[in-house]
Design a protein around this ligand. Structure first.
Ligand code: ADP
Length: 405
């Protein structure tokens, strides 16, 4: 996926989420308002009903509520509120028509005895009543509880789904970048020997002074041959490490002598890096060995030592140690090279992963060597770990069961 498309999709996803949350919030506020209106209407009908009940139950048929028997009215209101599940706590405030300041407040728990009320106002004045419900918000929100929980859950699920989508897109973008880098690296790596072999062959064909001079002709043929060998080595390496075969192919387990494998690796790398001055410190315990697949063990050691040289500045100092302890054989490869940042140390074993400097790679490669090493070591029930300090160097430890498994 292109960078631009990724940005657009991410932006759209974030906008969609923000819009969704805003719509949900607006909808909840509107629902709350509607419920509040209907709540107020219900309260009005409860009051009307209580008045009607009061009137029909009144001994003297007097529909007027007076201060002397307000407690009965209070009971009717309480019943109404309870049966419609609207509120538990309420107050009936009695406002005297004759004296608006003379307000007597009663609630369920603190209702005064009838005599007291009568003694307050013996004239049985007609009254204005006001019903006050304590905390109507919790009653309304209580009714909305289930809906709010469902909405919250669905928004949460959508956020999780969108985040997962973004994560997947991010991964796809990363894989795409790695694939492009790989193609670029392979093309670049292969082009150099092809161009050199091509130039040498063309010179042999078109330049008589070279064709006729046996020494020059040999030199050009050798250049061409060595470039073709290099090319073939590269193709082999790509095939060996990039095909999944090594993760499933049968292992040929045998007793492997570490000293001879390391010496073999050292000779072939000395040849490959003939222009570089490599210092080797090799310290392998007497008859250090391991039961493993010899071909792959050589491949792993070669890949790690190759890195140690590649990622060291001009004069690589390579230390290789091997020993057996508590049933395990340890092979330790150390360099004093560029080192690996802490944040990257876990990822270097991922397929195609390469550490970049800015947005450039410092050395050519495919990001397959350590992936290959880890896969093979894993198949032998061993491990490969790294300790590294940026700018100071790295140490890779390969641990394998001495007698295999
Ligand atoms: P490649 O070397 O082909 O890129 P590898 O899988 O062998 O692929 O290594 C992955 C990455 O780990 C390398 O690109 C490099 O950034 C880092 N790395 C590996 N070994 C070393 C080392 N000895 N010193 C510094 N960096 C290293």
């Amino acid at each position: 996926m292109r960078e631009q498309s990724f940005k657009i999709v991410s932006l759209l996803v974030v906008l969609a989420l923000a819009l969704l949350v805003a719509v949900e919030a607006m909808w909840s506020v509107r629902t709350y308002r509607n419920m509040r209106n209907s709540y107020e209407q219900q309260i009005c009908s409860i009051l009307e009903e209580a008045t009607w009940k009061y009137a029909t139950n009144s001994m003297n048929g007097d529909a007027a509520i007076n201060i002397g028997n307000i407690s009965r009215f209070h009971t009717f209101v309480g019943e109404g509120l309870r049966t419609s599940g609207l509120a538990t706590d309420f107050r009936v405030e009695v406002l005297s028509t004759t004296n608006a300041d003379d307000i007597m407040i009663m609630s369920m728990g603190e209702l005064p005895a009838n005599e007291d009320i009568i003694s307050v106002d013996k004239r049985l004045t007609p009254l204005i009543l006001r019903l006050k419900v304590t905390d109507p918000h919790s009653a309304i929100l209580g009714n909305m509880k289930r809906m709010i929980i469902m909405q919250g859950l669905s928004v949460l699920l959508l956020i999780i789904a969108f985040s997962y989508l973004l994560h997947t897109l991010f991964r796809a973008k990363e894989v795409d970048r790695i694939r492009r880098d790989l193609t670029h690296n392979i093309t670049h790596e292969l082009k150099t020997p092809i161009a050199a072999a091509q130039a040498a062959t063309e010179a042999l064909l078109t330049m008589p002074n070279i064709t006729n001079d046996p020494i020059a002709r040999n030199e050009y043929i050798n250049i061409s041959l060595s470039e073709l060998r290099r090319l073939s080595g590269m193709v082999e390496e790509i095939l060996r490490t990039s095909t999944e075969e090594f993760t499933t192919a049968e292992l040929h387990i045998e007793e492997c002598d570490i000293r001879s494998i390391v010496s073999d690796v050292r000779s072939s790398l000395n040849l490959r890096y003939s222009t570089r001055e490599i210092t080797w410190n090799i310290n392998i315990e007497e008859s250090c060995a391991v039961v493993a697949d010899g071909f792959h063990l050589r491949g792993i050691i070669s890949a790690v030592v190759d890195n140690a040289i590649k990622y060291s500045e001009d004069r690589p100092m390579i230390t290789i140690g091997a020993m057996t302890r508590s049933g395990y054989t340890y092979i330790i490869i150390e360099d004093q090279g560029i080192g690996i940042p802490d944040s990257e140390q876990k990822r270097i074993f991922d397929k195609f992963y390469r550490v970049t400097k800015g947005d450039k790679y410092t050395t050519s490669g495919y990001g397959l060597g350590l992936f290959y090493a880890q896969s093979i070591v894993g198949r032998h029930h061993g491990s490969i770990t790294v300790e590294s300090t940026l700018g100071k160097g790295s140490r890779f430890t390969i641990k394998l069961p001495r007698y295999g498994r």
